[in-house]
Design a protein around this ligand. Sequence first.
Ligand SMILES: Nc1ncnc2c1ncn2[C@@H]1O[C@H](COP(=O)(O)OP(=O)(O)OP(=O)(O)O)[C@@H](O)[C@H]1O
Ligand SMILES: [Mg+2]
Length: 180
Amino acid sequence: MWGSHPGPGLPNSDRYTKPARGPAAAQGGRPTFSSSAVADMPPQVYITRSEEETIAVGREIASRLRAPALVLLIGDLGAGKTTLAKGIVSGLGAAAVEDVSSPTFTLIHEYGQNPKVYHIDLYRLDRIPELETLGLDDLWDQRAIVLIEWGEKFSRQLPAERVEIHLDYAAGEDRRITVY
Ligand SMILES: Nc1ncnc2c1ncn2[C@@H]1O[C@H](COP(=O)(O)OP(=O)(O)OP(=O)(O)O)[C@@H](O)[C@H]1O
Ligand SMILES: [Mg+2]
């Protein structure tokens, strides 16, 4: 696992452990939420070297998702959240990769029927009342797969039962994708 790898150029790198991030930090590496929506899936790490490989990982993750499921895609700008969503949406058979686009400005995109897939981007929202206008509560009652970028901004307002996927920049074009 990456958690024990030293960062390049860091002092005391033999003793350095990258700090855990997000909910995983609270319990020494294990998230506090349930990821029961992913069948028999321990935390899993993928390294991808291109957009295409990230799409392929998304397809693999899709094959393990069971609706209803909330999936938070967590990572910096350009880390590959939308790219991974393309793989997940296409893997679920809800739309072709080329028909999946970023919901940064539209906020919510909806794909497919069985399962129905919602792809949401909360980057442009800052306040809880703005979030409430989206009507996300209606989505939890559906047997849908809900993918959210920047959902960690509103972590406490979103259901605790969720899958978190963290995307981190690695060397060059590489991305590290961790599924909790
Ligand atoms: N291994 C990789 N996996 C995914 N994308 C990669 C990879 N290597 C390079 N890229 C590039 O990184 C960019 C990822 O863009 P993407 O829109 O998926 O990011 P994002 O996390 O959704 O960003 P934002 O926070 O702006 O929504 C694309 O331009 C893609 O070509
Ligand atoms: Mg995006």
